[in-house]
Design a protein around this ligand. Sequence first.
Ligand SMILES: Cc1cc2nc3c(=O)[nH]c(=O)nc-3n(C[C@H](O)[C@H](O)[C@H](O)COP(=O)(O)O)c2cc1C
Length: 157
Amino acid sequence: MVYFGVGCSGLATVGMVGTDPMVGPPGPLRRYANAACGRRGGRGLDDIIGLSPRFMQGKQTRLETLETFHRALAAGERFHGYLANYRGDGTKYRVEIDCRPLRAADGRIENFVSFEREVIRRLGRPAGSAAGRYEPIGVSNDALTGALSALSVFKHT
Ligand SMILES: Cc1cc2nc3c(=O)[nH]c(=O)nc-3n(C[C@H](O)[C@H](O)[C@H](O)COP(=O)(O)O)c2cc1C
């Protein structure tokens, strides 16, 4: 909760989204988003709660990546990848997403949670792995940073 508080105060650059466990449409529906998500997408938080994150997708959002995302959610596995998304004004940005299932004691998935940060394409570098092609913008030193690192968020396995 402390960490959510940091997000709400407008300091965090890492976006956090919590959804229900419904993998197929109309789910997964957003139940929580921190202020960084609203700022990045250029939308008010009131406008994005209750919607599936699909509304941010557009022409250049790769279908193949979405299929990988869908398969990971359906299998109850982590998805870590890069997607093109669109702001409220139609401009495109790239986001790195680390999404994980949250399970109840009996193993049932109760929610999905994702950590998201904006990235840009590295210029003048050979295209290797996705991790080598993108770099995060706006490195943050807020209270979340250490906690996310302890959870290996954004770390490639
Ligand atoms: C917690 C969570 C956060 C998500 N955030 C995004 C996002 O920021 N951008 C995006 O394009 N898709 C996001 N998605 C993925 C879509 O909701 C959806 O799962 C994806 O489009 C693949 O499923 P589909 O093939 O059924 O559309 C998120 C999913 C979850 C569970």
